[in-house]
Design a protein around this ligand. Structure first.
Ligand SMILES: [Zn+2]
Length: 277
């Protein structure tokens, strides 16, 4: 569980009432797909919908094929998928990606170290504006930190990046800690995700089972999905007592319950797939 001061402690704390997920589920799972790879439109979304699930898609707006397929992404949002903010230019920390000769890769001409607070605010706002105009408004749109890097500037400044995000998004996926998120304590602006890329479904299923065992929330992060592995994961989720929902839907529920709103379950859209349905 990714709870403060209790790293490695299995299961949620027992000092409060049991956490209750909607739809009689024992765990929540969010399936997230980054960068707007066209294979997500062509294969991933049809596989999700065949299973009755909806995912969160964090689009890299500056990529060359984004505008050409914007209408398809827009239609996917209208069918219940989340189209999240992933900035326009997808900047990460240059120190992570610098080549041996000191040059940065072509896809990242401008690293986060060179961003000022105003520049990151403009970057996140530009992405929000593009999404509103091309995909359609979503008051609950969430954010995913590109490259999982959470600081601008040098020395690293996390607060200014977070301040830019909260102007547009109430929750953000950031961090690669494989731990299951504890719904009682997870920081909604730093939701941990498990790296789902690869052709072996076993670690993906194991991370979901871990959530099942402790009543937690596992977020899986993919780029391009491998068909065999993805379908095996979806079959496992359909057969188990999982609530599979976009990040924004689970985060909204977590926030409502923590705020003590008695009607928290009412925030769940009726289109959400029932566990095992
Ligand atoms: Zn990305």
């Amino acid at each position: 569980m990714a709870s403060d001061g209790a790293a490695g402690t299995p299961g949620p704390t027992t000092t409060s009432a049991p956490w209750v997920w909607p739809q009689n589920a024992l765990a929540a799972i969010s399936l997230t797909y980054d960068d707007g790879n066209p294979s997500q439109l062509d294969a991933t979304i049809p596989e999700l919908e065949a299973a009755g699930f909806r995912g969160s898609f964090y689009l890299h707006i500056a990529r060359g094929d984004m505008q050409a397929r914007a209408a398809e992404w827009r239609a996917a949002q209208q069918r219940g998928h989340e189209m999240g903010n992933h900035t326009v230019r997808h900047a990460g920390r240059g120190e992570k990606y610098m080549k041996r000769d000191g040059r940065l890769p072509a896809w990242m001409p401008f690293p986060l170290e060179r961003f000022t607070p105003q520049m990151i605010a403009d970057e996140v706002t530009a992405a929000a504006d593009w999404l509103d105009k091309n995909i359609g408004p979503d008051p609950d749109r969430t954010f995913a930190y590109p490259c999982n890097d959470v600081a601008i500037g040098d020395p690293p400044d996390e607060a200014s990046y977070a301040a830019a995000i909260v102007r547009h998004c109430f929750a953000a996926r950031g961090g690669v800690d494989p731990a299951v998120n504890d719904p009682r304590t997870v920081k909604l602006l730093r939701i941990a995700a498990f790296d789902g890329d690869g052709n072996d479904p076993a670690p993906l299923i194991a991370s979901c089972k871990e959530a099942l065992a402790c009543g937690g929330w596992t977020v899986l992060s993919f780029h391009a999905t491998e068909r065999v592995s993805h379908q095996a994961l979806l079959a496992h989720l359909r057969a188990g007592r999982y609530w599979v929902a976009p990040v924004k839907t689970v985060a909204r529920y977590v926030r409502a319950v923590r705020q003590g709103q008695p009607g928290a379950a009412a925030v769940i859209p009726t289109t959400a797939a029932a566990p095992g349905a």
